[in-house]
Design a protein around this ligand. Sequence first.
Ligand code: FAD
Length: 208
Amino acid sequence: MGVRPDPLAESLGLPLERGRLLVDAHLRVPGRPEVFACGDAAAVPDLEKPGSYTPTTAQHAWRQGRVCAHNIAASFGDGERQAYRHKDLGFVVDLGGAKAAANPLGVNLSGVAAGAVTRGYHLAAMPGNRVRVAADWLLDAVLPRQAVQLGLVRSWSVPLDTASPELARVPAKGRAATVTPPHGQPEPGPDVAPGPVRRTDRPTEGDS
Ligand SMILES: Cc1cc2nc3c(=O)[nH]c(=O)nc-3n(C[C@H](O)[C@H](O)[C@H](O)COP(=O)(O)OP(=O)(O)OC[C@H]3O[C@@H](n4cnc5c(N)ncnc54)[C@H](O)[C@@H]3O)c2cc1C
């Protein structure tokens, strides 16, 4: 998710922190020993930064997934439960081409040096398929870009302000229409990705 918590978490009626399920360091919902949560859906206490929660990043999500699976097994008597703890060693941001930023172990880098660290880290983090990915990067560096076609999703058609952002708004004509694009916004053409999705909620005033 990374942008907003999944509405599913809200619908459970359990304590939330900004839409994320509150859990303890063992990724368990307090008072509900049978409920575990991790990743973007969970507000996990950051044991390295007391008083805060781990950010919604893939770095935390996959590590929490592993600990969560371990603790679920432990709840059935297989092994000892573990607390989730992870210390960031810095960040890496690949901005495409030779542009990147990174601060491994607190050393601020940009440009090619940051790109090398970023790509190296991402390659090491891949669970497999590394040779193909590295070969793709190498070919991309020496060959012109491939022609690709991207489906476009207009911003007005993604209702982030509702409980069902995954149900796209569709134009008034032709399809299972419920909403007309706001003034000045183009109607989606044939290049628009969402198919005929029928929304079940009614657009409210200000829904744009
Ligand atoms: C544009 C963007 C860029 C990002 N870049 C980075 C980055 O560079 N580095 C980084 O670390 N993190 C990045 N993130 C954040 C990262 O993607 C998330 O933190 C991570 O994917 C969270 O993993 P997750 O498994 O918790 O949730 P998700 O990856 O969201 O997986 C949840 C899954 O559950 C499914 N699901 C939802 N509801 C239901 C349901 N009711 N029933 C069944 N399945 C359901 C969803 O379809 C989805 O497949 C980015 C996020 C975005 C949006």
